[in-house]
Design a protein around this ligand. Structure first.
Ligand code: ATP
Ligand code: MG
Length: 332
């Protein structure tokens, strides 16, 4: 059976980008057709300036939202990265395979490091090595597929390179994974700045639709989305990124196709109105289920406990064999 692994960082409130780019497919497709693990990658949330209490809160919230979005613990494994030591154990070995130059070429490192510097902060070493830990997350489970949004494809490519290099040097140890992306909305853009990705740790509140935004807040944000001064509704991601983003979101929410939807509309106002309603409808069941799950914290804890047990059992043999392959003696 295909093994699937993917994760989400508790760095902020989850967004419509996270949902359409990743989470929705995990629940609707991946957990049903594969042996899937979904991880709240909390160690990755420590790579930028963070508040411990907030990370704890966001880790619980992300878990609850993953379950609210339809992940079923009977069908897949949901767990916290920090509960399974194999991730950091393997990460160190992969640091001995990856190069400094490779890390510095990562687009997200460049962007996030620049942002930290702009805020007057310093860049944590873990931000540079983050893609190696992510590679360990994936390789520890022998994942065949990694369903992600567009922005993570480069990190999955790096994971492939590290797996191939390790296998060539030390003997076959890792499955070489591949990224899978959604057909539509693989990169949902910020509504206020449609040339940048909608990211949960960004500062621009009005440009980001959060999964827990009230319907009226969603409507307001979508109706105020930045478009351009044109009037014709055309699907042109380069020339008209704001309109294309709305068409992508509408298509993803209604199951349509952005190009054909463009032909249906003759004003930006109507497009925005329908997009807002479509988003509200997509978020409604997630929010309802989230409210119910908030009343069952013991259930959510239990999901994480069982998930960590399953994940540990699954990762340990691969990580142990990587330790042997690279030249380390087994404990006596
Ligand atoms: P951060 O700003 O902290 O990096 P993020 O919103 O990018 O947060 P991640 O935890 O890095 O979220 O990514 C979780 C998943 O959501 C990944 O598969 C990622 O590709 C996907 N994703 C994130 N943002 C978007 C987006 N705007 N459009 C589509 N997919 C996205
Ligand atoms: Mg991200």
């Amino acid at each position: 059976m295909t093994r699937v692994f993917s994760g989400i960082k508790p760095t902020g409130h989850l967004t419509l980008g996270n949902y359409l780019g990743a989470m929705r497919r995990w629940a609707e497709v991946d957990q049903h057709r594969s042996d899937a693990l979904f991880c709240i990658v909390d160690l990755h949330a420590l790579t930028v300036d963070h508040d411990p209490a907030r990370v704890r809160r966001l880790s619980r919230q992300a878990t609850t939202l993953l379950l609210a979005s339809g992940l079923e613990p009977e069908l897949c494994t949901v767990f916290l990265q920090s509960h399974v030591d194999e991730h950091t154990r393997l990460s160190y070995l992969l640091e001995c395979v990856a190069t400094d130059g490779e890390m510095r070429r990562m687009i997200q490192y460049k962007e996030k490091a620049a942002r930290e510097r702009l805020r007057g902060g310093s860049v944590r070493l873990s931000l540079l090595t983050y893609p190696v830990l992510m590679a360990a997350d994936i390789l520890a489970y022998g994942a065949d597929e990694v369903p992600v949004g567009d922005d993570q494809v480069q990190h999955v490519e790096l994971t492939r390179d590290l797996a191939v290099r390790f296998n060539q040097r030390y003997g076959h140890t890792f499955t070489v994974p591949r990224a899978t992306r959604p057909e539509v909305a693989a990169r949902v853009m910020n509504l206020q700045d449609p040339t940048s990705k909608m990211g949960k740790s960004d500062d621009s509140g009005p440009g980001i639709v959060y999964l827990l935004d009230e319907p009226d807040v969603v409507r307001k944000k979508v109706m105020r989305a930045v478009t351009d001064s044109g009037r014709d509704v055309e699907y042109d991601r380069e020339g008209r990124p704001g309109v294309a983003n709305l068409l992508d979101i509408l298509a993803a929410c209604t199951g349509g196709n952005p190009e054909s939807l463009a032909a249906v509309y003759d004003s930006y106002g109507a497009l925005k109105k329908d997009t807002a309603e479509a988003v509200v409808e997509v978020l409604r069941p997630v929010q309802t289920r989230h409210r119910e799950l908030c009343a069952e914290p013991a259930y959510v804890e239990e999901v994480l406990r069982i998930g960590a047990e399953k994940a540990r059992a699954s990762a340990r043999p691969t990580v142990d064999s990587a330790y042997r392959a690279i030249g380390l003696l087994p404990p006596v």
